[in-house]
Write a protein that binds this ligand. Sequence first.
Ligand code: FE2
Ligand code: FE2
Length: 195
Amino acid sequence: MSAAEKTMNNPSIGKVQNLHEGEPRLKLDAAGLEAAKHGLEKGAVTPSYGPWREDIIKLLNDSLATELVCVLRYKRHYFTAKGVASPAIADEFLVHANEETAHADQIAERIVQLGGEPDFSPATLIERSHAEYDDSADLQAMIRANLIAERVAIEAYSQMIALIGDKDSTTRRMLEGILSQEQEHADELSDWLSD
Ligand SMILES: [Fe+2]
Ligand SMILES: [Fe+2]
């Protein structure tokens, strides 16, 4: 008997407990649909969202702080590296600064959709950020500091994507988009790093 035949002949496979005759196995929760008609102040957050809202908002706020620190670091590097050695690299720092700004905007918008408050407070920015600020004067030191920050961001986003899993597919898809751009940043920086 082939493996496929064995599977077909196994009476326990494909059987669902407590299933009534003719009833679909993939069935929506009618009580959840009814509950979605209430609690309008919660906006896009409906009963199926689960108990993760505050944890996810906290993770997103820490990433918002990280993106904002990255914007400041890349801006500092852009203005001070101009004319130092490689204007092309300085220009690329500005491209990265603008892309980190776009990430910060996406994250802040998602926090608001989840009913949270995006934290832009400059007083606590650096302690909430995963990545560090850097004011090196030397171009290679700038590249190295940016590569470290990008690698930290890649690790943080990878962990967040694993933690969120199927708990919030909209947030996960957004983070996956940001992660792929951080990987491009790290790849470019490592090409410029002379050892
Ligand atoms: Fe970013
Ligand atoms: Fe980046």
